[in-house]
Design a protein around this ligand. Structure first.
Ligand SMILES: O=C(O)C(=O)Cc1ccccc1
Length: 377
């Protein structure tokens, strides 16, 4: 039977995510003491898969998870899920807010309830522990002065009273979980996401040169996050999530190009994108300004590409002997035929695009003629 590991003990948010993921499949869910234990167990084959909290709407990335994904290259992201996260203040039966001296929970949970804690329990000591459910079990076996921040399931498992519900700083709080395994999963038909880690070359514009490969191909990035490379201070690696799968020509080409432009690129996984129900705000109407900003980006890219084309034309010019060799009617006809074909394919007028290209070709010819006439013999 498939064994799916999660951060335990029973009653964590990770358990909820693992239950959601398992659905009605018959799998064994295995609680682990730490996120490291989940990852090591998947890496060495004790568990088929592991469920990991990766990022939260209030607190952002769960850095230890990113670091584990970096340290264990055998781990592949196979799925993602969005889990609404509601935190409750759990105490021993009979305990009241005025009794509480210490609040225990997972560091993310403490951080997600920062405002509530400052307002209602400003003098309480905050004690981070491995998970919200571990905090609940410690409260159950501890003093009346202790409280845990955790789930309704944890209250039930450890016979605690819920003193206050929904104490997270935002009511729409949610956490994105990922499922890791050891294999890449086939991912094609459905909308997919691809996650990668990029280690940049140390030179000006290195990050820009990577990002523009996605931008001009219209590939949407859903996340970019940096972590120290741990080699020397000031060196970073970037975690990038993008919409699309590895079989899509645009994604494939972009990855080939950024591989050539970086120190190292590692694919963390390609997996079905979660249709985030109720967790994200959904797609909103685009405004005139947003559409115009997109058009401006495309114009910049068109001109950047024309600049690259001009450089190649100059290199061709270097191979020609004299200005008389510049015009090549057969080559021009070939270029124009391709332009017409592509214009048709992209729903544009072949005639208009041919006119534009004839103007461009005249300009490129002029560049080569100037280049050859100014050449020192
Ligand atoms: O401690 C838990 O319950 C976890 O699963 C980690 C966590 C903590 C806070 C929000 C989401 C996940």
């Amino acid at each position: 039977m498939r064994r799916i590991a999660y951060l335990g003990p029973r009653g964590t948010f990770s358990e909820q995510a693992a239950l959601d993921y398992a659905g009605d499949q018959s799998v064994e869910l295995v609680p682990c003491e730490s996120l490291q234990e989940v990852c090591l167990g998947v890496a060495d084959g004790r568990y088929t898969q592991g469920v990991l909290p990766l990022e939260n709407l209030i607190e952002g990335t769960v850095n230890p998870v990113l670091d584990l994904l970096l340290e264990l290259p055998v781990l592949k992201i196979q799925a993602e899920m969005m889990l609404p996260v509601a935190h409750h203040l759990l105490v021993q039966p009979g305990s009241a807010v005025r009794d509480i001296r210490t609040v225990l929970s997972h560091p993310q949970a403490l951080a997600q309830c920062r405002r509530y804690l400052a307002r209602k329990l400003p003098a309480a000591k905050l004690l981070p522990v491995e998970s919200t459910a571990l905090a609940a079990s410690m409260v159950a076996g501890g003093e009346k002065t202790m409280a845990a921040i955790g789930t309704t399931a944890a209250a039930k498992h450890y016979n605690l009273t819920t003193l206050e519900q929904n104490i997270q700083d935002r009511s729409n709080n949610c956490t994105r979980f990922v499922v890791v395994g050891r294999e890449d999963i086939p991912c094609r038909e459905v909308p997919c996401k691809t996650s990668l880690v990029v280690s940049l070359l140390d030179r000006p514009g290195a990050l820009y040169s990577i990002l523009k490969e996605f931008a001009w191909r219209g590939i949407n990035l859903t996340r970019i996050e940096s972590r120290p490379a741990r080699t020397c201070l000031g060196e970073y690696i970037f975690f990038i999530d993008l919409e699309g799968h590895l079989g899509e020509p645009a994604v494939k080409e972009a990855l080939e190009d950024i591989t050539a432009l970086s120190r190292q690129v590692r694919i963390l996984g390609c997996y079905p994108a979660c249709q985030s129900a109720g967790c994200q705000s959904g797609k909103k109407e685009e405004t005139l300004e947003e559409l115009r900003a997109d058009i401006d980006i495309i114009d910049r890219q068109v001109i950047e590409l024309l600049g690259k084309r001009a450089k190649l034309v100059t290199r061709v010019g270097e191979l020609k002997q004299n200005a008389g060799q510049v015009r090549d009617p057969a080559r021009e006809a070939q270029v124009l035929a391709q332009v017409r074909r592509l214009a048709q394919h992209h729903g544009l007028s072949p005639d208009v695009l041919e006119t534009v290209y004839r103007t461009l070709l005249d300009y490129f010819v002029e560049l080569q003629v100037n280049q050859l006439t100014s050449r020192v013999p």
